[in-house]
Each structure stands twice: as structure tokens, then as C-alpha cells.
Design a protein around this ligand. Structure first.
Ligand SMILES: [Zn+2]
Length: 102
């Protein structure tokens, strides 16, 4: 397993090679579906991080959220938002918003 977000924290200027690493892992996963490897686990992400990644979040920002905590308010309505209960979406690659606010 590679902890991608930790890697970004440690090597913030190395984003390009880290993104290549993600592509390699995804390719390896595609090429051997029989292994049934959990891709998120391979990349060291939890289910929330993985969901945000799938929605196109900026990886450096996501690494920062892991370290400092996720936003607790919706970027559109400013009402409380608990990322652990899902029902959110990432817009513009960096804003956490309620799905109902889209
Ligand atoms: Zn909202």
C-alpha cells in the first residue's frame, strides 16, 4: 500500500510523479481485476477521501484536510455539513457542498 495523501504532505513539490504513481496503481488494478484489490486501500485513502478524489478534488487540498480536518460547513449555503454522513459533493475541485445545494 502507498499512502498517497501522506506522500503529498511530505513531498508537495512532487505532485506530478505522485499522480503518475496513482495512474500506475489504477492501471495495475485494471489489468488484474481478479485480485479484487481495493483500490482506495492501495492508495491509502479512507472511503471519504476516496469519494472526494473520485469527484476531482485537488490532491494537495485533500492532503491538507486530512491533516487539519475537513470543512464543517457547506461552501454554498454555509450551513453545517458533516462529511461523515455523506450527502456532499466536491465542486470546482476544492469546495465541499451539500448535494441538495447543487
Ligand atoms: Zn449547503
Amino acid at each position: 500500500m502507498i499512502d498517497i495523501l501522506k506522500k503529498i504532505q511530505l513531498e508537495p513539490d512532487n505532485l506530478e510523479s505522485i499522480e503518475m504513481l496513482i495512474d500506475e496503481q489504477i492501471e495495475a488494478w485494471h489489468n488484474d481485476p481478479k485480485l479484487q484489490i481495493d483500490l482506495a486501500k492501495m492508495l491509502g485513502m479512507n472511503e471519504y477521501e476516496w469519494t472526494a478524489y473520485g469527484q476531482g478534488i485537488d490532491l494537495k487540498l485533500l492532503a491538507g484536510w486530512r491533516q487539519k480536518g475537513w470543512p464543517t460547513k457547506c461552501a454554498l449555503c454555509n450551513e453545517p455539513l458533516d462529511y461523515k454522513s455523506f450527502g456532499w459533493f466536491i465542486i470546482e475541485g476544492r469546495k465541499l457542498v451539500h448535494i441538495k445545494c447543487l
